[in-house]
Structures are given as C-alpha cells and as structure tokens.
Design a protein around this ligand. Structure first.
Ligand SMILES: Nc1ncnc2c1ncn2[C@@H]1O[C@H](COP(=O)(O)OP(=O)(O)OP(=O)(O)O)[C@@H](O)[C@H]1O
Length: 508
C-alpha cells in the first residue's frame, strides 16, 4: 500500500505535460516517417546488420567494463579520503561536459600512433587506433561518468550504518561489499548501467574521431545512420527506429524490475524452528576511549558476564564510547581489549563485538529471518535464526522485509540479529527506544534472560533498563565519568541533575 502523495501544484502539472509532449514529438515524428513496407528490407541489409552487430558487441563490452571499473571507482570516491580527491572526481566526471568530438581527440591522443601510449603499445605489437577496441575505449570514456555518478550518489546518500552493522556481525570488508553494500546499491547500479548502455549505444562524435568509420570494424549503428542519411534517407530512418527500439527494450527490461519496489533477495523455504542454545559466555572488556575532537576521555573495565549501563545527557559521549569499542571510531589514545587480548588495531569484524545502534540497521534486501541468519554458519543456520526470533517473540514476522516491519518490530529483529551472532561483547545503544511500553517490557524481560551470560555495554535513557538489566551503572557527562557504582547507589546519590531526573522518572 502506497501512502497518498502530497498534492502537486497545478502549474507544475501543466508544465510537466508541455515538457512531456515536447519530448515525445521528435520520437513520434521519427516513427511517423518509417515506411513499414520497406522496413524488413532496410533493416536486413548487410551494412545495417553488420553495424547493429558491432554496436551491440561494443556497447555490451563497454557496459561491462564500466560496471566492473566504475563501481570500485565510485566506492573509493564516496568512502575514502585522500589528497586530491576533488581533482580526481572532477577528472572522472569530465567527459560528461566534454563535447564528444573533444573526447574523441583526447582518446586518440592517448592511444593513437603518435599518442601518449602509442609508442609503448606499438612496441608490444598492439595497435588500438581505428580498431574495434578504440570504439570500446571511446564508449567507456564517455559513458563511465554516468555509472560513477549513479553509484556514488547512492553511496553518499547513506550513512554506511548497514555496513558497520554487518562488520560488527563478523563480516569481512569483502563480505560486507558483496552481501550488504552491493544489494543496497542494486537500484542505483541498474539505473547507472542503463544510462551507460544508452550513452555507449548512441555514441557518435568520440567514436568517429578516435576510431573512424570502417565497415564491420568501427562503423557502429549511429555512424551507419549518419552515412545513410546522405545516400538513403529511408534507410537512415529505419535504422534510427531500430536504435530507438533497442534503447526502449533496455530501459523497460531494467526499470521494469523497479516497479515492484526495492530490490529484495527471494527468501529460501521456510525452515522449521530449532531451539536457540544459550548464548556463549562473554569475555572481559577493557576500554580507554580518548577522542579529543569529541571531548571524550573515558576508561572502563567490565568483567566477563557483567552488564554495565552507560547513562548521561545527550552529547555526553555514550555512543562514541561504544563506537571506540566496536572499532568504528579510531583515535590515537584509544585502547581496547576483549578477553585480555588487545584489539584496538583489529578491524570491527575481528573484535568479537556486536554493535546494535539506535536505528537497528536491518538489511533491507533480506527478510527478518535472513537478517538474523546473516552471521550464522552451517546448513541449519536459518532454522537456528528462526529459534532466535522465537525467543524474542518476533517469529511471526520472519518472512517480512525491513520496510514491512514497524519500528518496534524492527527493533526486536535487530536485537535478535545481534544476539544470534554470539559475540564476546554486546554493545547496545538504546535498543528498546523504538518499542511501545508493552513491547519494551516483553523484550526487556527476554534480554534480561538472554544477556545473563554475556558481557554487555548498554546505553540507555530509561531507568527501567537499569533495574532490569544492569549490574553496574556509569554516568557520563561531557565526555568524562562523573559517577559509577551499583544502580541503587548511583541513583540514590543523584550526583548530577541528569541522574536525579533519571531516578525520579518513575520507571525505576
Ligand atoms: N560523527 C561525528 N563527528 C564529530 N563529532 C561527533 C560525531 N558524532 C558525535 N559527535 C560529537 O561527539 C560528542 C559525543 O557525541 P555522542 O553521540 O557520543 O553522544 P551521546 O552521549 O551518545 O548522545 P545521545 O544521547 O544524544 O545519543 C558530541 O559533542 C557530538 O556532537
């Protein structure tokens, strides 16, 4: 069910209709000029078929190259910081604004006989200029920016929270890329691929400049149309209609998938439930979090199996402390050890620490069940995942995707996913904040039981969490520990205004 859209101003609708008609007129005019009687003969001429074959071949190869090279390029531009990044980005996107003929001259200057790489290529016995390879190079050069723009835009638009969640569930950077980042990018990648294909298919200026017009070698369909325009206008019209049809088919095939909503992986068969075994006992945690740019300077030791609640006003540094333990935030003065082993230089997936943030970050392309099974191994992983969901009272929604769950339901599934990973240390950042009162009571009770053997660092603003879950409480203010002790002691002392309010909030 789609929510009703907010109304659109009448003027916008009027202008949109005029714009759509203006875009449609040339296409209709072209189709009107096609002579259906002569179409088979015109389209099956030797020159037309040769040009079509060459166009489809070069465009397909160029599209594959753009996808294989463009996705890593977009990833680096979106996610890495390095000197000269703005310049590198400008360079990659430059062909977008270059006149195609200039792009062709640039390609020829690189691969031509007297070009920058010409002598080296010749020494290797490779001659690229005016070859089919030159057509592909020209197409890649002009089309690549479309893919980079689409994918980089999608990457910049998200905060990388899903990737962090996956890493703290034990996924290596390569697994995060294949299992989480790429599926999330699928719609942008599909859109970018269509644009690349369309741009490469229609490429003319750069191709004729860098590769010439040799029949069967470099004369692609747009070049054939241009040449036929002089000698056989009807043939040119027929070929134009053919190019139009190919472009429409590509767009329909690719965008057709998107009409069914976001990309989702089809779930496997519904598994039988396997009773969830008790969580693995936790390990001792020791952390020194010194992050001057956030004003945080905290040292904390937690015994194996202990649950420590961290409380404090907004901006006190609670989430930063958790991020340091998880390996998401790094600073020179930080040290973290899990089970006596120093892990501050280890990447998040090697720390044995699961981080559950306020937003949960369920993976949108997976069902609730497959989210929970994400970190599990073995043939019965989905059955065990169902057992964990059952323990959290979330089994009913196992076949739903993240966008089909309410905030509270998603929070339960996210808790199940974090606990299923059996981490040595569990980091919970306000895990119950999205739940209604009744659900919070249920999940809190389940957590109290399930977290019993675990080492837990829990950030909360709710006094009910303290009494139900915490063995000890630590109070943070402006990045420093200002009090710590047993829950009743700290709340009774009420050393800060925040703690006084927390103690009198009624839920304790
Ligand atoms: N990504 C960031 N870059 C720079 N500074 C940040 C970033 N995230 C948080 N900070 C700053 O670090 C300090 C601690 O923030 P943090 O999110 O750890 O507080 P918090 O106690 O978790 O707050 P809340 O209860 O609102 O979640 C704040 O001053 C905040 O402005």
């Amino acid at each position: 069910m789609r929510p009703r859209a907010v109304g659109v101003p009448r003027a916008a609708i009027g202008i949109a209709v005029i714009a759509a008609v203006a875009m449609a007129v040339p296409v209709v005019a072209l189709l009107a000029r096609v002579d259906p009687g002569r179409l088979p003969e015109l389209l099956t001429s030797d020159s037309a078929l040769t040009a079509l074959r060459l166009s489809l071949l070069t465009t397909s190869v160029a599209t594959v190259i753009c996808v294989l090279a463009g996705v890593p390029l977009a990833l680096v531009l979106a996610r890495c910081s390095f000197p000269g990044k703005a310049f590198a980005r400008g360079l990659v996107l430059l062909p977008l604004v270059l006149p195609p003929v200039v792009a062709g001259v640039a390609v020829l200057s690189a691969i031509g006989r007297r070009g920058l790489l010409g002598a080296t290529l010749e020494a290797w016995g490779v001659e690229l200029a005016f070859s089919t390879a030159a057509v592909i190079i020209a197409q890649v050069f002009v089309a690549m920016p479309f893919l980079v723009l689409s994918v980089e835009g999608a990457l910049r638009g998200d905060d990388g929270g899903d990737d962090v969640a996956a890493a703290t569930l034990g996924a290596s950077p390569a697994q995060v890329f294949w299992r989480v980042t790429l599926p999330r990018l699928a719609p942008a990648l599909a859109a970018g691929t269509v644009l690349v294909f369309a741009r490469a298919l229609g490429e003319f200026g750069a191709t004729i400049t860098a590769a010439g017009s040799l029949q069967g070698v470099t004369r692609t369909l747009p070049l054939e149309i241009y040449l036929q325009r002089e000698t056989d206008p009807d043939g040119a019209v027929a070929l134009s209609a053919l190019l139009l049809a190919v472009a429409v088919v590509v767009i329909v095939v690719t965008y057709g998938r998107q009409r069914t909503g976001p990309w989702r992986r089809r779930p496997g068969p519904d598994p039988a439930s396997v009773e969830w075994a008790a969580p693995r006992p936790g390990a001792a945690l020791s952390v020194r979090a010194v992050v001057p740019e956030r004003g945080v300077d905290v040292e904390l030791d937690i015994a194996a199996g202990e649950t420590v609640a961290v409380v404090g006003p907004n901006g006190a540094g609670k989430s930063t402390l958790l991020s340091v333990v998880a390996g998401v935030v790094h600073a020179r003065g930080c040290a973290v050890s899990v089970g006596g082993e120093a892990v501050e230089t280890a990447p998040p997936h090697r720390r044995g620490v699961a981080l559950l943030t306020q937003r949960g970050h369920l993976f949108g392309h997976l069902t609730a069940l497959d989210n929970v099974a994400f970190s599990l191994r073995g043939p019965d992983r989905r059955a065990r995942a169902r057992g964990v969901l059952r323990r959290l009272g979330a089994e009913t929604w196992r076949r739903r995707y993240a966008d089909q769950l309410s905030g509270g339901q998603a929070a339960r599934v996210a808790v199940a996913r974090a606990l299923a990973a059996q981490p040595q240390v569990v980091l919970l950042d306000e895990p119950l904040a999205a739940l209604d009162v009744a659900s919070a009571i249920d999940v809190r009770a389940a957590l109290a039981e399930l977290l019993e053997p675990c080492t837990v660092l829990l950030v909360t603003h709710d006094a009910a969490d303290l009494s139900a879950l915490a063995d000890r409480v630590v109070v943070l203010e402006e990045g420093q520990i200002v009090d710590e002790g047993s829950v009743p002691d700290v709340l009774t002392r009420g050393r800060t205004t925040y703690v006084t309010h927390l103690g009198s909030s009624g839920s304790y």
